[in-house]
Design a protein around this ligand. Structure first.
Ligand code: NAD
Ligand code: TDX
Length: 340
């Protein structure tokens, strides 16, 4: 079996590469990544030593490059992680989100049609469902919840999902889609809430909480997400959508306070900053379908996963300090000001 993993130099794609190499030692894993600011070859250091792994630097929206790759490696499966993934960046620069997330997905599926494929799996997000109110804790996103997006990021992901469904219905392309809640764990880029707060706390810098910190996210340890995608890829039904989440809802303030407590840092580091425009209030996944049909259940509780994650950031300081020392510094100053 040959599996193309797009976006494998990023957070979840990188974890998925390691998951697949370990679990399926006979599979050939080909990572395709454009190495944007979010892609990091250091994430793939371990994989590069494995003869079953190959890295190809390419943009998924570059049709010639994608067709040449399919021609050469004739994949059985394609798992599409490659995306612009940060909501705040989509608010300041939506264009690139449309190009990569929508056009890129279309180009990959055209290549699948041209060269033939067992399955194209689209890694989507719970953000395509919009948000839920804080005062109705009994409500959850199911696969039937209408798409109702808030940010250019989520709109681009919903656009891609609709295109995937259209290729299934029109061209009978064998596809599946997964919509997962917020991930956390090793190799998470430090612009996202959890790694940003860990890095700032370790450096005794202010922890910028948007608004009042009341927004709720449903956190899933990244290894559980990888396991779920693996199950869908091998056992999922063509044309189906699967929600992935583990009922680990926390307010942002709870998450930040947990990190400070674990690191023995004072809550006085918390700084309330201007809220994100269009900020979604609450995400909460109902994972009944994937549990019932594929037997998936998350293995890691948030209280354990956050300890593992903090330990990883303590043990791998070089990985994130290199990022903080590089070009990312310019983004941070524009976003939060040089005083923070
Ligand atoms: P990430 O930003 O860490 O990684 C994205 C990767 O894609 C990077 O390596 C980047 O270089 C690559 N990439 C970007 N544009 C590309 C292009 N045009 N061609 C080829 N490669 C390109 O993202 P992540 O957090 O790992 O998210 C991966 C996927 O999972 C995304 O599709 C995202 O929408 C989805 N998702 C993420 C979360 C989460 O909590 N992080 C939750 C649900 C779904
Ligand atoms: O500095 C911050 N302060 C803050 O309060 C940052 C970066 C975030 N936040 C808040 C905004 C959100 O309510 O924390 C919450 C989480 O923010 P992000 O880490 O940016 O994640 P989110 O916007 O929820 O989106 C994530 O989950 C769904 C991923 O980035 C998406 O790719 C995925 O689809």
């Amino acid at each position: 079996m040959t599996v193309i993993v797009t976006g494998g130099a990023g957070f979840i794609g990188g974890n998925f590469v390691y998951h697949m190499l370990e679990k399926y030692p006979k599979y050939k894993i080909v990572c395709v990544d454009a190495l944007t600011y979010a892609g990091n070859m250091e994430t793939l250091d371990g994989a590069m030593k494995n003869p079953q792994f190959e890295f190809v630097k390419a943009d998924i929206a570059d049709r010639d490059a994608v067709y040449a790759l399919f021609e050469k490696c004739k994949p059985d499966y394609v798992v599409n992680f490659a995306a612009e993934s940060h909501v705040d960046r989509s608010i300041t620069n939506p264009d690139i989100f449309l190009r990569t997330n929508v056009i890129g997905t279309g180009v990959l599926m055209d290549a699948c049609r041209k060269y033939g494929i067992k399955r194209f799996h689209q890694v989507s997000t719970d953000e395509v469902y919009g948000d839920l109110p804080l005062d109705k804790p009994e409500l959850f996103f199911t696969e039937e919840t209408p798409l109702h997006t808030s940010s250019p990021y989520s709109a681009s992901k919903a656009g891609a999902d609709l295109l995937v469904n259209a290729y299934n219905r029109t061209y009978k392309l064998p596809v599946t889609i997964s919509r997962c809640s917020n991930n956390y764990g090793p190799y998470h880029f430090p612009e996202k809430l959890i790694p940003l707060m860990i890095a700032n706390a370790l450096n005794d810098k202010p922890l910028p909480v948007y608004g009042k910190g009341e927004n709720v996210r449903d956190w899933l340890y990244v290894k559980d997400h990888c396991e779920a995608i693996d199950l869908i890829l091998h056992n999922g039904k063509d044309g189906e959508v699967y929600n992935i989440g583990g009922h680990n809802e926390r307010t942002n303030l709870e998450v930040v306070k947990t990190i400070l407590r674990e690191l023995g840092k004072p809550e006085s580091l918390i700084t309330y900053v201007t809220d994100r425009p269009g900020h979604d209030m609450r995400y909460a996944i109902d994972p009944t379908k994937i549990n019932r049909e594929l037997g998936w259940l998350p293995a890691t509780r948030f209280d354990d996963g956050i300890k593992l994650t903090i330990k990883w950031y303590l043990d791998n300081r070089k990985w994130w300090e290199n990022i903080l020392a590089g070009e990312y510094q310019n983004y941070y100053e524009k976003m939060y000001g040089s005083g923070n």
